[in-house]
Design a binder for this molecule. Structure first.
Ligand code: SER
Length: 608
């Protein structure tokens, strides 16, 4: 079964058999969510609805979502880690709960292929449930549903076998909140036997054993708790289900291959990499090939997104830069002459454009940015080589003839030199490299960047605090005021809100004058003074258009959308949330107007 078919079957199963509405996947770069760099699960864009906001498409939703997870970027290269992946997900927003969710999952996995399921053998399935702790009880409820489907609770000391229910602690069987606070709950995970022989730990560890005899394919999260600021858990207003099925993994499983890299999702790209390198696969080269194939696929999707970014030295742009450069380094390692990233990108664009038409829309941007980055990086490689030559005389003077680890790391960090390349270069010049010193410097650096990443998440996922809600309403006022002052060509190109400020990107060819900025500021402040009420209505996209609503018109929420009106001033398609009255904003001030990218301006502003 090809990926395309699995994706479609999943949607059809939940739409036709279980009354779900398909919603479009969200942007890979989160909107109005300062706490995460990328969308990492289908539930991210749905947080307001998991917290109780009404979703215009109803209470049963399904989609396929583009995701990027970079926490284990350094592990990519093995056969299972991916930075970009697709998540198939279904949600119940206060509708069905554990019984129906588990039954639907089981049915989809095991229902014969000619009846719309995946036709997997239930004897090869194992599941896990939450064992309970001080915050929440053991999930006997979920386990009982699995029992009704023929599964048996595993007893301690007995061997691991298919058809068993294992109980694990929070670390394994609890999902969320994605940040510090927010919706979360116990989950039940579904594992499938790869057929590999057991390792010595399998019988003790069960299906989550790291040897990966079993691989986790699906996670049903029962979002029934909210994690509060003080670390306590309280029941949510509504009980939700959030599930996520990893498309690439399931496809590999269904095709009987060991890894997603052996499926059609990567095949053409991998063949091309080997062709360009003029080599045949060996275990050693396979790692580099997988890194290139994975990183460039992720880069294509990050560049080819509605809010796609370009390589830079901050936030998403920096992750993108690392992905591209790491791919280039490994290309060089395989002996590929430069300018190959665009050729691999073309393969992905072509392969995915039916399902993700934005890749075709941003075709040119993807290719140009990759070419530019590749050229830039080749230059730093040359600079790095020069730097090395400068270091050389001094190093040759010392008796040990050693290239210290910190210098090897500098070559890596500043010029992107892989350690292998540095070692080679050193050897050619009669030097030995202190590899351990390099590893230590690298680890230290990793710890520092991990701290940075944790800080990024520390604010909590989709922080719907009072401050951000107010800034969100201010963004609507600003958007409308910009259209009034600059003209109808102004359209939102991105929005990012932290508790301290809003940031709004919009299309406009020139730098704004001081006079224009003042005008915009005055208009917004006037609406705040007028104490306008904010109302939310649901309507179809065409009704919204007819009424003159602004905003992003693609039917992100299916046919019906939410429209927020601010008194008689603005009307905008939006998921919310917003304050009730503009007077809550107190005042509005623009801090900065600058270029964001070609034809796009950026405004940073504060309120209160
Ligand atoms: N949010 C859960 C996960 O990411 C289920 O989709 O695994």
């Amino acid at each position: 079964m090809l990926a395309k078919e699995v994706r479609q079957r999943y949607i059809d199963f939940f739409v036709n058999k279980h009354g779900h509405k398909q919603i479009a996947g969200a942007s890979l770069i989160p909107e109005n969510d300062p706490t995460v760099l990328f969308t990492t699960a289908g539930m991210h864009p749905l947080v307001p609805y998991l917290l109780g906001e009404k979703h215009p498409a109803g209470k049963r939703l399904v989609n396929h979502q583009k995701c990027v997870r970079t926490d284990d970027i350094d592990e990519v290269g093995d056969i299972c880690h991916l930075t970009f992946f697709e998540m198939l997900g279904n949600w119940s927003l206060g509708d069905y709960f554990k019984k129906e969710a588990i039954e639907m999952s089981f049915d989809f996995l095991t229902c014969p292929a000619d009846k719309g399921g995946l036709g997997l053998d239930s004897a090869n399935l194992c599941v896990s449930c939450f064992e309970g702790d001080k915050d929440a009880p053991k999930d006997d409820e979920a386990a009982a549903v699995w029992e009704s489907l023929g599964f048996k609770r595993h007893t301690k000391g007995k061997p691991l076998n298919g058809g068993q229910i294992w109980f694990y602690a929070k670390k394994d069987n609890w999902w969320g909140p994605a940040g510090q606070t927010g919706p979360c709950g116990p989950d039940t995970e579904m594992f499938y036997d790869t057929g590999k022989p057991k390792c010595p730990l399998c019988d003790t560890k069960g299906p989550s054993c790291e040897c990966r005899k079993y691989i986790e394919i699906w996670n049903d999260v029962f979002m029934q708790y909210n994690k509060n600021d003080d670390g306590s858990f309280s029941p949510l207003k509504q009980q939700n289900v959030d599930t996520g099925l990893g498309l690439e993994r399931v496809v590999a499983l269904l095709q009987g291959v060991k890894s997603p890299f052996e499926t059609e999702l990567f095949k053409d790209a991998i063949d091309k990499i080997y062709e360009l390198a003029g080599i045949k696969g060996t275990d050693e080269t396979a790692i580099s090939v997988r890194i290139i194939a994975d990183h460039l696929r992720a880069a294509v999707f990050i560049l080819g997104d509605k809010f796609g970014v370009a390589p830079s030295n901050t936030d998403q742009g920096y992750i993108l830069r690392r992905l591209i450069r790491r791919a280039i380094r490994h290309g060089k390692k395989l002996g590929i002459a430069y300018n190959f990233t665009d050729r691999i990108a073309l393969i992905y664009i072509d392969f995915y454009k039916d399902v993700y038409p934005e890749l075709e829309e941003f075709h040119e941007k993807i290719i140009t940015e990759l070419q530019n980055e590749e050229e830039k990086f080749m230059k730093t490689l040359i600079h790095g080589e020069k730097e090395f030559e400068k270091m050389l005389p001094n190093l040759l003077k010392n008796k040990e003839k050693i290239l210290p680890g910190r210098l090897a790391f500098k070559l890596f960090d500043t010029y992107g030199f892989p350690i292998e390349m540095t070692e080679e270069l050193a050897k050619e010049n009669g030097l030995k490299t202190d590899k351990q010193g390099y590893i230590d410097a690298y680890k230290k650096h990793q710890e520092l960047s991990r701290c940075g990443a944790e800080q990024k998440f520390a604010g909590g996922l989709a922080d719907h605090s009072e401050a951000t809600t107010k800034l969100h309403t201010a963004t609507h006022l600003l958007h409308k005021a910009l259209i009034m002052v600059l003209g109808d060509h102004v359209a939102q190109k991105g929005s990012n809100i932290t508790v301290d400020r809003l940031r709004f990107d919009f299309s406009h060819p020139d730098k704004m004058t001081d006079e224009q900025l003042k005008k915009v500021e005055n208009i917004v402040n006037e609406q705040i003074k007028r104490a306008l009420e904010i109302k939310c209505e649901e309507m179809t996209v065409s009704e919204a258009k007819e009424k003159g609503a602004i905003g992003l018109f693609e039917s992100k929420y299916g046919d019906r959308v939410k429209v927020y009106t601010v008194g008689d001033f603005s009307m905008e398609i939006c998921g919310g949330p917003h304050v009730q009255n503009t007077s809550e904003l107190k005042s509005f001030k623009i801090l900065k107007e600058q270029s964001s990218s070609s034809g796009i301006r950026r405004i940073k502003a504060v309120i209160g």
